[in-house]
Every structure is written in structure tokens, then in C-alpha cells.
Design a protein around this ligand. Sequence first.
Ligand code: ARG
Length: 466
Amino acid sequence: MNTQPQPSGQSTWSQRFESALHPAIARFNASIGFDIQLIEYDLTGSQAHAQMLAHTGIIAPAEGETLVQGLEQIRQEYREGKFTPGIEAEDIHFAVERRLTELVGDVGKKLHTARSRNDQVGTDTRLYLRDQIQQIRTQLRDFQTALLTLAEQNVETLIPGYTHLQRAQPLSLAHHLLAYVEMTQRDWERLGEIYQRVNVSPLGSGALAGTTFPIDRHYTAQLLNFGGVYANSLDGVSDRDFAIEFLCAASLIMVHLSRMSEEVILWASEEFRFVTLKDSCSTGSSIMPQKKNPDVPELVRGKTGRVFGHLQGMLVLMKGLPLAYNKDLQEDKEALFDAVITVQSCLEAMTILLQEGMEFRRDRLLAAVSEDFSNATDVADYLAAKGVPFREAYNLVGKVVKTSLAQDKLLKDLTLDEWQSLHPAFEADIYAAIAPQQVVAARNSFGGTGFDQVRQALATAKARMN
Ligand code: ARG
């Protein structure tokens, strides 16, 4: 970013200004280093504005056509790598206007009639975010598809379920995976709702107060496929609620991805050994030859922090900001861009991880659920179903667990005599009732982990995808 500003010979500002910006201030002020990312949206927005100017008779039809063509030519130049504006342009809006005037002559100077950079940058940012939201929603669908594929293969695979990170009750692995499908479903829906509020046109708000020209804001909104227009010009140029809402949604996506990341990191550890990481998604250590590290979920967990930071930054940016546009608002872009690219890259990496980066170790999972006391609730439920008050049954089973632990036994190792000496209600079917597969199958309440419920949930989730 330390490029010296080029003396342009051409002054940006009106003749009120007598001398040029201090070079360091020019660098400090410029946003071209990052808002170049908005170029395609800036061109599209300007083309709509030019068409509107011609449509309303503010400029001649031929002039409108010239502007639209010239802007299209800049698009081509940019795509071919030939348009690389430097710091002298200050920002993408000036860069485009200047190049346009070089290309089409004085008529280029008419483009900015009845417009300000304030409504222009707001338009660009919304057009950009609309596209990014659509892409993230598609990526959420891909992530869900990967989860559903794994879930389908693992309805009857069991995995220990935890509360307080202590073994609680066994689960269908599919049920566990489907929890993430639900979380990301809310993410997908939330982004759809936010999209509605991103998709509102501020174009034509002018600098802050509207314009003296007979513009048609609905015409540009329609050309740009906006769902509506800002009703108040001050709000139009200074609202960044849509960016904050997006950053909230992005933060929640990262919360969900980071929770899954943490689980995968645990599962891949020597202590759990529930998954094996494939070489395509893990790295080694430069010194410890035995190591295989879960870099993908670790990076996702780590990147979560910066997205939260951008949300906080944007809230503070907006707090107490007087109406209407203030240059502070130029600071919205890097935060937004970084949050977008972070969420997109994390979703892509996690989807690949699910698709081909890890393998569940069914042998280890089965051993895990067979060798613990996570069926203790089922013993209490067994007694309760036979009329023993649950709290009484609960206390009794606690005692059984205690003595079994002391004898290094599991519940399945108790003899029928031992069971019956604990309570006469125990019968031979206690063994079937506490077998892990049955423990899971029996939790058939709506939304529970019972296999029938899981199959239903899978079908619902799949149907929802279309
Ligand atoms: N580069 C500016 C931004 O990103 C464009 C708007 C500038 N408006 C102004 N009144 N200086 O916010």
C-alpha cells in the first residue's frame, strides 16, 4: 500500500481547491486498494443510472447509449487485466468515471448527473452483497448435502452422546449429523430473510437530500432487480443495517462451523479415535513424524474470531454516527469483504472435509457405546415403565452403577439374580433393553434419536433441499 500517488495533472475536486492532497493523506484517504472489488457492481449500477438519465430525458438517448457502451468497454478492459487504476483515482467510482471520460470524451462527465458517490457506493455494496449471499446459500446447501449423504450411511451407526463432555446417552450418528443440518438450515433461511433487506435500492438518494432532476428511482431499481427503494434519502445513504445483519448471520454460520470443527478435532484425537483424517485434508508436523494434524477444522475454529470481530467493528462504526454519510462509512468494506471470503472459504473447506477428508471408525464407535454406563437411564426407564416412581428408580440405578464401578463391571455383566436382588421388577428382558442398539432405537419421541425418528428427519431434510 505504499505506492506513491501519481501526479495526475487532473484535479478531482472542484475549483474551490487550490492545492493537491498531501501524498500521505492521499494514500490514507484512498479506498481503491480494496473497493476495486466492487468494480463490476459499480459498472452495472452506473449503466442503470445512465439508462435512467436517458429514459427520463435528463440526457439524450444517444448520450445514454454512449455511456452504457463506454462502461461496458471498461468492464472488458478490467476482465482482460488492462484496467488497473492506482491511488490517484482515490476510489473505484472516480476511477471508472475518469476512464469513461477518457474513452467517450466529454459526455462521460454527464454520468454523475443527479447522483452522488454516497448513493453510488451504497448501491454497489448492496449489489455485491446480494451476489455473495446467494453464493453462501448455495454453499450451505452443498454442506448440508454432504451431511445428509453421511447421515444416510450412518442411521444405525452409534456414537456416544455427551453432555458436559461426559458420556450421556448413545446416539445414532445420523442424528448427530442432522443437528448440523438443522443449524445450517436456520443459517440458510436467515440469509434469505436478510437478502430482502439488502435488496433495496438507495440509488437516487443523492448526497443526502435527493436531487433537483426528475429522476426515476423505481426505474433504476427495476433495472438492477432490487425489490424496492429506500423511502428516505438520508436513511438511504447512511444505512448499514443490512451489513450488520449480514455479519450477524455470518457470525452464526461460523459458530456452527466452529462447533463442528471442535468435535472433529476431538474425534480425530488419540483419546477418541472416532474418525480418521485422510491425507488430503490433514498435515504433518515438521518435527514429529507420527503426527497428523486436523488443520482444516482448527483453521475454521480460528477464523471464527475474525468474523465476530468484523461484526463488533461494524456495530462500533455505526454507533453514534450522525446522519447522513460520513467518511467513517468507507470502513465498512474491508470488514464485509473479509467476512464474506472467510465464510465462503470455511464452508468450502468443511464441505470437502465431510465429503472426502475423514472416515468414521465404526469399530471404535461401537466399542465406545458398548463399554460405558450410558445405558443407565434406560435401566431407570425400565423400572419406571413397570410402575416404580422414576426418582426411586434413578436412585437405585445410581447405587448399581456405583457397585458395578467398584467391581469393574458394566451393567450388562450383572446376572439376573443380581438384578432381581436389586429390584424384583427386573426380568430377563433387561439385557435387551440396555443393549446400545435398543437404547437408541427406543428413544422414539419426536425429534429423538430413535432410528425411526432419524429416518423421518432425514426424509424431511432431504425434501426441504429442493
Ligand atoms: N470511497 C467512498 C466510500 O467508500 C465513497 C463515498 C465517498 N463519499 C464522500 N462523500 N466522500 O465510502
